[in-house]
Write a protein that binds this ligand. Structure first.
Ligand code: GLY
Length: 433
C-alpha cells in the first residue's frame, strides 16, 4: 500500500462529498506520514520485472523447507558451511568461523516471514552455541557473527540477555582498534610472505562489522563505539579505494606509524583487480554506515561504489557478477551469487535512502535472476542450502561454485527488503535497532 499524498487524495476523492470528516482525517494522516518518513518514495512506476509478494512468499516457503532439511543434516553444535555436489560432501564449521552467525540469522528471517515456529526454535538452539563468541578478541568478524544473529534475535524479541551479549561483542571487537592506524585490525597477520612483524592488516570486509559498534553506541550511549566505527570507515575511504571507486581487498599498514605499506588481494584475481565480494562489502558497508550516521561522505562513497558496479562493462546483463570483475577468463569466468545477493540487498537500501530508482531496478534484476531455477536450489538438491553458484575463495580453490550460508542470508534479507520497499514500509530491515 503506497500512501503518497497524491494517491491518498485521488483514491479517496470520490468519497469526499459524503465523508468529508473522514477525508479530512485521512488527509492529515497522509501528510503526517509523509513528513515523518524520510525514506518515503514516490515511485508509482510499475516495473515489468516486478516480483510479486506471492512469488517472494513462495521463495520463503521453499527456503524454509530447505533450511528444515539442512538442520536435519547437522550434528548438535555444528554450523553449516557448504555442499560439494560432485563429491556429495556436506561441510560444516564451528562457532568462531566468520560465517557461523548466518545460519541462525537466516532461520530467524525465515521464521519472521513464514511464522514457522520450528525455525525460531532451531535458531535459538544455535544462538546457545554461538554466545561464547562474544568474548572472542581474536577476530574482526564479530559483526558478521554476532550482529547478524543476536542483533536479529533482539529485534524480533528484545531481551537483556541478547543485549548483554551484543554489548560484550562490541567490547571485544573494539579491542582490535588501533588509534594510530585509526582502524580495526582484520587479520592477525598479513598473508604469506607479504607479511612483516609490524603489519596491521585491514580488509574491506571489515566495513560490515561496524554495524555492531553503531548499535552499541545507540544502546549504551557510549560514543566510543561510534567513533571507532566512523574512524575506521574514514580510513577505509582514504586508503582502500582506487580513483574509479573500486576497492582493494586488503590494505596493510605499519602498525607503529599508521602508514600504508602495501595493497593486495587474498581472495581476488590479482592485487589490482576488483574482487566481486569486496566491492559488495564496500557497497553494503557504506550504505549501512550512512543510514546509521547520516554523514554525507559515506553516502557519496556508497553511490560511487554502486556506480562502479552497475556501470562496469564486465557486469553481465543478468547482473550476477563474475567472481572478480577482472577475472582472467571473462566471459567464461564463474559467477559469484553471494556477491550478487549482497549487492541486491545494499542497492535496495541505497535506492530507499536516495530515492534513486536505478539502484532498485538493478537489485530487482539481480533478484529475478537469483530466484530463477538456475540459482535457487530446492529442498534436497544442495543439502538444504538455498542459493547455488557461490564462490568462497577462488585462489585458495575452496568453495568454488557451491552454496554458501552468506549467499543464502543476503538473498533472504534482500527479498525481505524488496517486499518492504514495495510496501513503503520503513521497518526492521532498514533500521536495525
Ligand atoms: N571474509 C569474508 C569473505 O570471504 O567475503
Amino acid at each position: 500500500m503506497k500512501l503518497t499524498m497524491k494517491r491518498c487524495i485521488s483514491t479517496n476523492f470520490k468519497f469526499s462529498n459524503f465523508l468529508f470528516i473522514l477525508l479530512s482525517g485521512l488527509f492529515v494522516s497522509c501528510g503526517n506520514l509523509q513528513k515523518k518518513d524520510r525514506y518515503k518514495q514516490d515511485s508509482n512506476t510499475p516495473s515489468e520485472n516486478a516480483i510479486s509478494r506471492e512469488k517472494i512468499d513462495s521463495v520463503f516457503e521453499v527456503a524454509s523447507n530447505n533450511y528444515l532439511y539442512l538442520s536435519s543434516k547437522l550434528e548438535e553444535g555444528e554450523f553449516p558451511k557448504t555442499f560439494y555436489l560432485k563429491e556429495n560432501k556436506f561441510e560444516t564449521t564451528v562457532s568462531n568461523a566468520w560465517i557461523s552467525g548466518f545460519y541462525p540469522a537466516t532461520l530467524l528471517n525465515l521464521y519472521e516471514s513464514t511464522g514457522k515456529d520450528t525455525l525460531r526454535k532451531l535458531a535459538e538452539n544455535m544462538l546457545g552455541h554461538l554466545k561464547k563468541e562474544a568474548f572472542n578478541t581474536s577476530t574482526h568478524d564479530l559483526g558478521f557473527i554476532m550482529y547478524s544473529s543476536f542483533g536479529k534475535a533482539n529485534r524480533i524479541e528484545p531481551k537483556s540477555e541478547y543485549q548483554d551479549i551484543l554489548m560484550q561483542s562490541a567490547k571485544s571487537l573494539s579491542t582490535r582498534y588501533n588509534d594510530t592506524v585509526k582502524a580495526i585490525r582484520s587479520w592477525n597477520s598479513a598473508p604469506w610472505n607479504k607479511a612483516g612483524d609490524d603489519d596491521f592488516a585491514v580488509i574491506i570486509d571489515n566495513m560490515m562489522n561496524l554495524e555492531l559498534l553503531l548499535w552499541a553506541t545507540k544502546y549504551s550511549g557510549d560514543s566510543t563505539y561510534y567513533k571507532i566505527a566512523v574512524n575506521h570507515a574514514k580510513t577505509t575511504i582514504e586508503n582502500h579505494f582506487r580513483k574509479d571507486y573500486s576497492t582493494y581487498h586488503e590494505v596493510i599498514y605499519k602498525e607503529a606509524t599508521g602508514k600504508v605499506k602495501t595493497k593486495i588481494t587474498v581472495q581476488g584475481y590479482a592485487d589490482e583487480s576488483s574482487w566481486a565480494r569486496g566491492q559488495a562489502w564496500g557497497l553494503y558497508g557504506f550504505t549501512m554506515i550512512y543510514r546509521e550516521t547520516n554523514q554525507k561522505k559515506f553516502l557519496e562513497q556508497a553511490k560511487a561504489i554502486a556506480d562502479f558496479i552497475i556501470n562496469n562493462p564486465n557486469l553481465p546483463d543478468d547482473k550476477i557478477p563474475y567472481w572478480d570483475f577482472n577475472a582472467g577468463n571473462i566471459p567464461d569466468a564463474l559467477r559469484d551469487s553471494s556477491s550478487a545477493a549482497i549487492m541486491a540487498s545494499a542497492l535496495i537500501e541505497l535506492s530507499w535512502l536516495t530515492q534513486n530508482q536505478h539502484y532498485f531496478k538493478t537489485a530487482e534484476k539481480i533478484l529475478n535472476t537469483l530466484i530463477s531455477n538456475e540459482y535457487l536450489a530446492n529442498e534436497t538438491e544442495l543439502a538444504g542450502f538455498i542459493l547455488k553458484h557461490g564462490i568462497g575463495n577462488m585462489p585458495g580453490n575452496t568453495e568454488v561454485d557451491v552454496p554458501l550460508t552468506y549467499g543464502d542470508y543476503y538473498l533472504i534479507e534482500a527479498l525481505k527488503k524488496y517486499q518492504n520497499y514495495n510496501n513503503s514500509l520503513k521497518v526492521d530491515l532498514f533500521s536495525k535497532t
